[in-house]
Design a protein around this ligand. Structure first.
Ligand SMILES: Cc1cc2nc3c(=O)[nH]c(=O)nc-3n(C[C@H](O)[C@H](O)[C@H](O)COP(=O)(O)OP(=O)(O)OC[C@H]3O[C@@H](n4cnc5c(N)ncnc54)[C@H](O)[C@@H]3O)c2cc1C
Length: 386
């Protein structure tokens, strides 16, 4: 079997390792001209699904590198209001136990995933389409082509493979805009971080349909401010420069607790994004071409599970493709399972985003009261959040 993978993202590279280790002939085609183009992005949260998938697919050297690159595992997840008053603090794992949750620099993880695959990854090869007569023939923007037994589209949200395979699959705007910032303090990070977020990430729930996600990693902190577009001045973040985005973030948090305002103010790298989501697709007949990760189930970042779901896809596809049966049957088995958990993750992320951005005042007050009530019942609270 020869497997073609389009896209050297987290999902595509994890799958490539898993197949390569199992002795399968695999080749990855990446649009970017070189690994240096991957410099963007900072921290990523890996959950037990993603952690398990990485450990199943990667060789022991890359697993060791991954472990070494992870920051201190988060112990709690905190919800506070914009005055830094506690709403709920959930323990991710009992003290001393390994939660399976990790925090890692996204660029570093990508470099670890690229190592050991040097001969298998082709840079500067942008897939534009495929033909599927008996084998699969993938076509690239430079006019070249490659032939394989199966093709896996792992090119992220704008996947050309998905566009051809499932032209009816939709991605829609959720009506939410995000602004993210990175803070690298001059002094110790601990002096900057509000105590609510000292042991793990958290969310500031603010009135008017806004929230701020805060997470630390080694020696820096990242925040992500989300807001319903209709509540923003000038109708959203469209067309704003990084300085303009920073000004808007300051304006939106102007009445918040001074420590939160300081975090927003101290950011050096600020960027903006509109939040879109895929729409679940009904089952389709399996063939020699399939898709994984954001290529099929992109979702809002509200639960931090997009990459973890892509890694889970990679591990599942590794198992079905190396099971020794017919490749089309292997893809059918993968797609059946992936559609169930992948689209469940999309729905859960859309719902979490909605719950975290309540603009209606009475509904917002009720949601905060519910969190406080749950916080008073630690055993229920921790079970729910784990
Ligand atoms: C602000 C933010 C924070 C997030 N935080 C988290 C988090 O903490 N935890 C989590 O689990 N998820 C998180 N996510 C989601 C996560 O980043 C994605 O779900 C994940 O990167 C998807 O992985 P992938 O392998 O499917 O695609 P990608 O990582 O997008 O990789 C796709 C690859 O394909 C390449 N490519 C594109 N087009 C082509 C083409 N035509 N031909 C060849 N190659 C192509 C791209 O260059 C890229 O290398 C976050 C997302 C955002 C926006």
């Amino acid at each position: 079997m020869r497997v073609l993978i389009a896209g050297a993202g987290l999902g595509g590279l994890c799958l490539a390792h898993g197949l390569h280790r199992a002795g399968v002939d695999v080749e990855v085609f990446e649009r970017a001209a070189s690994p240096d183009a991957f410099a963007a992005g900072y921290r990523i949260h890996i959950d037990p699904d993603g952690d398990r998938a990485l450990r199943s697919c990667l060789p022991s050297r890359q697993v060791a590198d991954y472990e070494a690159a992870c920051g201190r595992p988060p112990r709690t997840f905190a919800f506070v209001d914009e005055r830094l008053r506690e709403l709920l603090t959930a323990e991710i794992a009992p003290p001393g136990a390994d939660s399976g949750h990790r925090s890692i620099n996204r660029y570093r993880l990508r470099r670890i995933l690229l190592s050991g695959l040097d001969e298998r990854v082709r840079f500067g090869r942008e897939i534009v389409g495929f033909e599927e007569p008996h084998e699969v023939n993938a076509r690239f923007a430079d006019g070249s082509a490659a032939t394989g037994t199966v093709l896996i589209g792992a090119e992220g949200t704008h996947s050309p493979t998905r566009a051809q395979l499932l032209p009816h699959a939709e991605r829609v705007d959720t009506g939410v805009d995000g602004i993210s910032g990175r803070v690298v303090p001059d002094g110790p990070l601990a002096d900057l971080v509000p105590s609510a977020f000292a042991d793990g990430p958290g969310l500031v729930l603010a009135p008017g349909g806004r929230n701020l996600f805060v997470a630390t990693h080694e020696d820096y902190l990242v925040w992500g401010l989300s807001a319903r577009r209709e509540t923003l001045p000038a109708g959203g973040i469209g067309g704003l420069s990084p300085d303009g985005l920073h000004c808007l973030a300051r304006e939106l948090t102007a009445r918040w607790h001074p420590r939160l305002r300081h975090l927003v103010d101290a950011a050096k790298e600020v960027s903006g994004f509109t939040i879109k989501t895929s729409v679940p697709v009904p089952p389709w007949p399996a063939g020699r071409v399939t898709v994984l990760g954001d290529a099929i189930h992109s979702m809002p970042p509200s639960r931090g599970i997009g990459a973890n779901t892509a890694l889970r896809d990679a591990d599942l596809l590794r198992r079905t493709l190396t099971g020794g049966g017919d490749p089309v049957a292997a893809i059918a088995a993968y797609e059946r399972e992936m559609r169930a958990y992948g689209f469940a993750a999309v729905r859960a992320s859309v719902q979490a985003q909605r719950q975290g951005l309540i603009a209606n005042r009475p509904a917002f007050a009720m949601s905060k009261a519910a969190l406080r009530m749950l916080n008073a019942l630690p055993s229920v609270r921790d079970r729910v959040f784990r």
